[in-house]
Design a protein around this ligand. Structure first.
Ligand code: FAD
Length: 429
């Protein structure tokens, strides 16, 4: 028998239940299709496409090491599955269970084919829909979700396939070059993608900073979070393995990720819709938005975050909260503008996590505390007390001493004018 394993955002051989299921057939076609519908849209951010290519190259190496290969195609994934099934006599296709609106359409189209389609968990620790409150199909609020998540029984970790045999006559095809896929600018400091790089980072983090996570997770200058989010986004590491290897505060963050995925599954319009439309009125002030995007608002903690985003395709969670709050609460700009800009640069940029977090900060979602406001200066004093984070990302301020670094407008006039740094675009008092 022949099975097709359609990889999507589960680019690993370890703990990949869909791959393990496909490998029960005698021959397997491990397939990845560059979907023109994704490449043609805004979601194909250059940073992520680069990371994806690393991940596919690594996956191909792992599959070759087991006697197989990665079959690479470009176009419509459903059409390619149909074609390969016709060429190889495959009767079944397996893939990871994903619940975005896009994935749901893809799955519905696959189910139209004369193939047995099976979906398997692996993208989250607990699949969306597995936990439901009494009287509802998903959780609106995190705390009860977290309690249910902690008490849930997890599936067993799937074994990696020992060997893989491709059918005869299937041409693997080359991996495309980055510039055939996207032409936009890349961040200068990007980590390498892929399962090997992800596992190395996971192992190093578990040996090192994991023990101090709870105390250090909000310390901006210390930079001691795991930075595993891009690997989770593309499935280079298994969220279940990570949850099993960690505990406490870190597991709670993984539960936040699952939480957003189950909200997004229930609300496909999460990235677009204001659920409290009358509560807020947004402006679309282009100058303010541009200053925010460029990291030139004149508020150092905000600018540091935005410049980290451009430099690394990553931003510390605390800085994401501060910059997002500043855009929506201090500048009054529509959160969807911020969502789109984050989506253009973040390596971990994900519809469910990005939109769920923006809704939370902007107070437009189902949250119970929609009026939460973060004062950027108080946040800076608390989470970057010595200004180390600002100094790393805003070199114009590198020489400014700690008492002034978060509000350079309080420096003597002559000193302030000597800095190539703008005055704040809003008065923060
Ligand atoms: P760690 O602190 O090491 O956390 C471990 C893992 O838990 C992360 O890798 C991530 O997978 C998960 N996690 C942690 N916090 C959250 C959270 N609030 N929501 C969902 N998952 C979480 N995360 C994304 O993965 N993709 C996004 O597009 C994204 N957009 C965001 C937008 C805004 C406005 C905000 C405030 C947060 C956003 N986050 C997003 C959540 C969070 O900032 C990142 O997951 C985190 O900074 C990644 O760094 P880390 O891997 O070092 O995290």
């Amino acid at each position: 028998s022949v099975s097709i394993m359609l990889f999507t955002r589960d680019l690993r051989v370890r703990d990949n239940p869909a791959l393990a299921a496909a490998c029960r057939a005698e021959r397997v076609v491990p397939l990845f299709v560059f979907d023109d519908a994704i490449l043609g849209g805004r979601f194909a951010a250059p940073n992520r496409v680069r990371f994806l290519l690393d991940a596919l190259d690594d996956l191909r190496g792992s599959l070759r090491g087991r006697g197989g290969d990665l079959v690479v195609r470009r176009g419509d994934p459903v059409a390619h599955v149909a074609r390969i099934a016709a060429e190889t006599g495959a009767r079944a296709v397996t893939l990871a269970d994903e619940r975005s609106a896009f994935a749901a359409r893809r799955l519905a189209a696959l189910r139209e084919l004369p193939l047995e389609v099976s979906v398997h968990p692996g993208i989250t620790v607990v699949p969306p829909g597995a936990l439901t409150p009494s009287g509802g199909d998903h959780y609106h609020v995190f705390s009860p979700y977290w309690r249910a998540w902690e008490a849930a029984r997890w599936r067993p970790v799937a074994d990696p396939p020992a060997s893989i045999r491709l059918p005869d006559r299937v041409e693997p095809g080359p991996l495309p070059d980055l510039r055939d896929l996207t032409t936009g600018p890349l961040s200068p400091r990007l980590p390498r993608g892929g399962e090997h790089a992800g596992r190395e980072r996971m192992a190093a983090w578990l040996r090192g900073d994991a023990a101090a996570y709870e105390q250090a997770q909000d310390d901006l200058a210390a930079d001691r979070t795991s930075r595993l989010s891009p690997y989770l986004k593309f499935g280079c590491v298994s969220p279940l393995e990570l949850a099993e290897a960690t505990g406490g505060a870190y597991r709670r963050q993984l539960a936040w990720r699952d939480f957003h995925h189950q909200v997004a599954a229930a609300f496909p319009d999460l990235p677009r819709r204001d659920y409290r439309p009358r509560a807020r009125r947004w402006n679309r002030e282009q100058d303010a938005l541009d200053a925010w995007c460029d990291g030139r608002t004149g508020v150092p903690i905000v600018d540091a975050g935005m410049r980290q985003l451009h430099r690394e395709g990553f931003m510390h969670n605390r800085a994401r909260l501060i910059t997002a709050s500043f855009l929506t609460r201090n500048l009054g700009v529509d959160w969807r503008e911020g969502l789109a800009h984050f989506g253009d640069w973040l390596l971990d940029g994900d519809i469910a996590d990005n939109a769920g977090n923006w809704q939370w900060v902007a107070g437009t979602g189902n949250d119970t505390r929609p009026n939460r406001v973060m004062n950027p200066l108080r946040q800076a004093a608390r989470h970057d007390p010595n200004g180390g984070y600002v100094r790393t990302y805003v070199p114009e301020l590198a020489a400014v001493p700690a008492p002034h670094i978060h509000h350079p407008w309080t420096l003597p006039d002559a000193v302030r004018r000597s800095l190539d740094y703008p005055p704040p675009i809003v008065n923060l008092g």
